[in-house]
Design a protein around this ligand. Structure first.
Ligand SMILES: [Zn+2]
Length: 384
């Protein structure tokens, strides 16, 4: 690829900023909460039209409970390459319908605000314009491009995981348009694996005053287990197990029959993930007669840096050509990039917008970064 491509892309995209912001506004006004299928489908339909307009082969992947997923395939003219690149993101947001009334879309002092702009509708806008720029400049692309926009990332990707993994297996690289980190727009080269588990304790009820010896207190057992589990935290290695919620007992004066804890599990390394799951599932009761029931585990495996390093080096050198000093970061939260990296497919995450305040009333992006990040994605697609 010629050294001049990233600057050429940027000079085409810079004047397109007003159109990019128009599209971001339209996309934001189509609220698309993960848990509301009808509005989510409307947003998906709008996106499908946008890609059709730009010449992609559009597949709406119908879902029963969640919003439909959207896959766009583009093949280079006149050839049927064996290889493909995957651009991945989600159009669902954490904001229920009606959020716009107290959190309207607005542009002010170089920032665009609104529900889901940063996480991650601006990322989708960047991808659309990157795709358009590649076509306008007739940049030769060696591989099929597949864009996948899903509807349930914010609620764990239950309905999209298989589709994501199937596309990733066919791909040489995956570019994830999740938000970047911090004002410098750091991309994410590693992410913790994330899981959730439930620890249920069954005891035996008894009168707390008359015959406490006949009871087995589930809450006492759960507390002892929590004290044990807490010691498994290893902040240095980034292994955390956090009790998020506890409940238990039936009423005063009764030895508690049941107790339950919800646990948050995280780890940087796949080996630590497996070890933690194994340890959790082999817990044994401490109080005689108590029974433990343990369910759950990691839903997103860690995204380890070794699967991102080469793509990051490439992105860094392309970014340099448009005057951007691209940095990297590790994230404690997971994304769909965790699935693709865990398959061993090179994955670079956090290529989306520069901004702040995801999942909060202050969610916004920096508008001037839109053309830059779009140019970077286009250059990556042209050179991968
Ligand atoms: Zn996201």
């Amino acid at each position: 690829m010629p050294n001049s491509l990233p600057p050429t892309l940027l000079s085409l995209l810079k004047p397109r900023l007003p159109q990019m912001l128009d599209l971001l506004r339209e996309l934001t006004l189509l609220e698309s909460p993960s848990l509301e299928k009808t509005p989510a489908d409307r947003c998906c339909g709008f996106l499908a039209d946008q890609w059709l307009l730009r010449g992609g082969l559009v597949h709406v992947l119908k879902q029963e409970r969640r919003g439909n997923h959207l896959r766009i395939i583009w093949s280079p003219n006149g050839s049927r390459p064996q290889h493909q690149l995957l651009v991945l993101g989600h159009y669902d947001t954490v904001y229920p319908t009606g959020t716009l009334s107290r959190m309207p879309f607005k542009i002010s002092a170089g920032k665009a605000y609104g529900p889901g702009v940063f996480d991650m509708k601006a990322g989708i806008v960047q991808a659309l314009f990157a795709f358009e720029a590649l076509q306008q400049l007739k940049i030769p692309i060696a591989k099929n491009l597949v864009f996948l926009w899903t509807s349930d990332e914010e609620i764990g990707s239950e309905s999209s995981r298989e589709i994501i993994e199937a596309e990733a297996r066919r791909s040489d690289a995956v570019f994830v348009l999740e938000p970047s980190l911090g004002p410098r727009g750091l991309v994410k080269t590693s992410r913790k694996g994330v899981g959730q588990a439930e620890l249920v304790v069954h005891g035996r009820p008894a009168h707390a005053g008359l015959e406490p010896e006949k009871g087995i207190n589930a809450i006492h057992e759960l507390s002892a287990q929590i004290a044990r589990i807490e010691k498994w935290n290893n902040l240095r290695r980034g292994v955390t197990i956090n009790v998020d919620i506890v409940s238990g007992g039936t009423r005063a004066n009764v030895v508690a029959e049941h107790a339950k804890a919800t646990l948050d599990l995280r780890a940087w390394r796949a080996t630590d993930m497996h070890a933690l799951e194994k340890r959790l599932h082999s817990l044994k009761p401490i109080h005689k007669g108590a029974k433990l029931e343990i369910t759950g585990g990691f839903d997103r495996p860690p995204m380890e840096r070794k699967h991102s390093a080469a793509l990051f080096a490439c992105a860094k050198s392309l970014a340099k050509q448009i005057g951007v000093n691209l940095g990297e970061a590790a994230a404690g939260g997971g994304s769909d990039g965790n699935f693709t990296a865990a398959l061993g497919v090179p994955t670079l995450d956090g290529l989306g917008a520069v901004g702040d305040g995801a999942h909060s009333p202050n969610e916004h992006i920096q508008t001037k970064s839109l053309p830059q990040r779009a140019a970077l994605l286009a250059a990556l697609l042209a050179s991968s």
